[in-house]
Write a protein that binds this ligand. Structure first.
Ligand code: HEM
Length: 218
């Protein structure tokens, strides 16, 4: 997948309907349910979760990327109802996340592991304009960073014609212990989607498989 360089402003990149996105190359990901059932590592953190078999309802995701030398923005689009409010205990909102390895050995399938952490940008449909910065070293270890100085991840979302269209963006380099990006360099990414209408949250979701290579245009 290629992330194009653009002269557009960060404000333009944050607009899911901006012309830049209509012109951008998109990659279609086939999404699969996370391997929970019969997974001993999941059973170790939640015997309840390990019994899950009806999760992962969303099966496709379209991704486009662009950077302007300062900000990296990803536009995620997928077919989905609109679940953006929690009005009852058993209700959940739609969500999406992109994950990056922080070491060459880190795996998306295990959400990293001890000493091989991963960093994710996490949008939830009831969040407006912001997103969580998440760090994890395996299942059950994810920590959300949010708020001033903790998460510089921005989001913008439009639901129309039966699809969510979500922008996730962050300055390309905010220092160590977070994914760093530079023009002309390779990066690796993986994605997951939560269908709030199917009671999906935490491990109950669909994902794109292990990390894929991405090139940021110089
Ligand atoms: C590309 C792949 C993936 C991404 C982007 C991703 C992202 C995330 C994020 C952002 C959270 C925190 C949710 C929250 O704070 O509510 C989370 C939690 C979780 N994920 Fe994943 N995940 C991925 C793959 C997987 C896979 C393959 C599994 C299981 C086989 C899994 C199991 C879990 C579990 C059990 C939790 C809840 C416990 C925890 O918060 O650590 N994830 N994931």
């Amino acid at each position: 997948m290629k992330v194009a360089r653009t002269g557009e402003s960060t404000a333009q990149l944050m607009n899911p309907d901006a012309g830049i996105w209509a012109r951008s190359e998109r990659r279609l990901f086939h999404m699969v349910p996370t391997p929970l059932n019969g997974n001993p590592a999941i059973k170790a953190i939640s015997p309840f979760l390990e019994k899950s078999t009806d999760h992962g309802s969303i099966r496709e995701l379209s991704v486009a990327g662009a950077h302007n030398g300062d900000f990296l923005a990803l536009r995620l689009s997928w077919p989905s109802g609109k679940h953006d409010a929690i009005v009852d205990l058993d209700q959940f909102v739609d969500g999406a996340a992109v994950m990056f390895p922080l070491t060459p050995n880190a795996s998306a399938v295990t959400m990293g592991s001890k000493g091989d952490p991963v960093n994710a940008w996490y949008w939830k449909a009831n969040l407006h304009g912001v997103a969580f910065e998440v760090l994890a070293e395996g299942y059950g270890t994810s920590v959300r960073q949010r708020g001033e100085g903790k998460s510089q991840v921005k989001s913008a979302a439009v639901h129309k014609q039966g699809r969510w269209n979500v922008i996730l963006s962050r300055p390309m380099d905010i220092g160590s212990r977070r994914a760093r990006f530079a023009p002309g360099q390779a990066a690796r990414m993986a994605f997951c989607l939560w269908d709030g209408g199917n009671r999906e949250r935490a491990g109950r979701k669909s994902f794109s498989g292990d990390f894929v290579d991405v090139i940021l245009e110089a």
